[in-house]
Design a protein. Structure first.
Ligand SMILES: [Zn+2]
Length: 253
């Protein structure tokens, strides 16, 4: 059993064959999908997908890239979406100083507003952070206690330790299979299996050997295989443990 805890099947890359990809994932052993909203529109679309397929759940949020456009009306709409029992988390939310598509001074208020929403609704968080680890930690420490997963982990082992100390989960994508990803594999080695989720971030980050192609939930198996190789355990054990983690965290059933 596998769970893809972070994919974007609402994105236009899947417009031609969305239904086939979703049904195919289930047929090939992916038990649950968490489709993650990155904007108000994609949060609404995620919820629609979750309502349509019993094994698909939605996380709703607004990516830091969208921060310059965020307003109070968006927050109200997200709050309304979150009333559905198919919404299992708030995210992806966070800070991104790598691309800086939105200004950092706008990213922080958005992050704080949606953290508050998650706390009000008692929902766990899906965190996106890229080259913004210190600011992210500073904000999250003030919001304790919170339940969070750091998605598409890209930090160093010091950041990893800080996240683990706060009780957060760590989610790894297919980029751990890349030839140059030694740093990420070190993080895989140091993160205990009880704190790891599997994800693809599809359509992005297809695994080594398929780079440049569209990523799909089925490729979560490559993530499990790589974690198994690094840790010296079986892929079945990785699948079992990470699925248990994700089921408890998102309350999937
Ligand atoms: Zn994502």
């Amino acid at each position: 059993m596998y769970i893809d805890t972070h994919c974007h099947l609402d994105f236009p890359e899947f417009d031609q064959d969305r239904e086939a990809v979703i049904k195919g994932s289930k047929a090939q052993g992916i038990d649950f999908l968490v489709n993650v909203g990155a904007s108000l529109k994609s949060s609404g679309d995620s919820l629609e997908l979750a309502k349509k397929y019993p094994f698909v759940y939605a996380s709703i949020g607004i990516h830091p890239h969208e921060a310059d456009r965020f307003n109070a009306e968006d927050e109200k709409k997200l709050r309304a979406f979150a009333q559905s029992e198919k919404v299992v988390a708030i995210g992806e939310i966070g800070l991104d100083y790598y691309r800086n598509f939105s200004r950092p001074e706008n990213q922080k208020p958005l992050f704080l507003a949606l953290l508050k929403l998650a706390k009000d609704l008692n929902l766990p968080l899906v965190i996106h952070t890229r080259q913004a680890e210190n600011d992210t930690l500073e904000i999250l420490k003030k919001m304790q206690p919170i339940s969070a997963v750091v998605h598409c982990f890209s930090g160093d082992t010091q950041f990893l330790k800080a996240c683990l100390d706060l009780g957060f989960f760590i989610s790894f994508t297919c980029n751990i299979t890349y030839k140059k990803a030694e740093g990420l594999r070190q993080a895989v080695a140091q993160a205990p299996l009880e704190r790891i989720f599997l994800e693809t971030d599809a359509p992005y980050l297809a695994p080594e050997g398929l780079r440049g192609k569209r990523n799909e939930p089925i490729n979560v198996k490559y993530v499990a295989a790589e974690i198994a190789r690094v840790k010296g355990v079986s892929a079945e054990e990785v699948a079992r443990a990470t699925s248990e983690n994700a089921k408890n965290f998102f309350k999937l059933k």
